[in-house]
Design a binder for this molecule. Sequence first.
Ligand SMILES: Nc1ncnc2c1ncn2[C@@H]1O[C@H](COP(=O)(O)OP(=O)(O)OP(=O)(O)O)[C@@H](O)[C@H]1O
Length: 312
Amino acid sequence: MTSIVSIRQLTKTYGNGFQALKGVDLDIEEGEILALLGPNGAGKTTLISIICGIVNPSSGTVKVGGYDVVKDFRKTRSLIGLVPQELTTDQFETVWNTVCFSRGVYGCKPDPALIERILKDLSLWTKKDSMLRELSGGMKRRVLIAKALSHEPKVLFLDEPTAGVDVNLRRDMWLVVEKLRESGVTIILTTHYIEEAEEIADRVGVIDGGSLLLLEEKAKLMTKLGRKQLRLELAAPLSALPESLVPLNLTLSDDGTTLIHDYQGEEAQDSIASLLATLARANIHFRDLSTRQSSLEDIFVALVAEKAGERA
Ligand SMILES: Nc1ncnc2c1ncn2[C@@H]1O[C@H](COP(=O)(O)OP(=O)(O)OP(=O)(O)O)[C@@H](O)[C@H]1O
């Protein structure tokens, strides 16, 4: 895999002396969907703003497509599309004109066929002659994406793409993001909805206190840090946990009806099989079984709390 964005030892100290980024190293692979998670004030917007050339770094380097975001600003900016949270363009302009105008801002030649395709992909075609002020909030979000795609960027940044939108629109947006990825666009999204990262990201980065705490493939993260719980509802309640079962990391619920086994996500399947076999040998039968896996949210909350503890 080649990196499309390459960040080295990036720091940012704002004018008031506040250090918002403390030496971030990050390689974003071409064609991936990377979700950046972090609590409020973590430094996500600062990081994205530096990559997009809106904020100057204090030290370190950022390259997009091999070009430096400070020295080759025009080149890197043309490779990037940024979808902000709010629509700030003229509310009395039509969807079509707004998107065509965005393409012109980047010095690209008009390309009505391309704009038509973008609007169709985003289910905006029937609204092309509507004024922005006539659109619903969800449709406005789509216009923001269409604007950001109008100059055919290779990297798309989505800042909280689904904040405040309803569940249906969120699903639609996820499909749009998936389609974009299929067309080869690299996507970086910041989100507070961990469910969103869990659903669509290939990799997840966690930023807190200006540092990248973790960067991992989502699936690996879930196996590595995720905890699982097996619950066995017993056919007959037990008054106490038999001695032979104590080494198996089992606990008995207070009412004696359920055996609970907590284990790490990467623990092999056969250890569960041998646990069940041991129970059968001990003549303990169960009438139902269920498992629960910790979500990305559980992992994220635990990680941020742990780091906060280390800093305290
Ligand atoms: N222009 C500025 N001057 C001084 N401090 C700033 C400036 N911009 C941001 N900060 C501070 O830098 C820190 C990081 O802000 P940033 O907006 O990057 O965080 P974030 O992770 O995007 O947060 P959120 O999820 O709330 O958008 C915050 O403490 C913020 O107050």
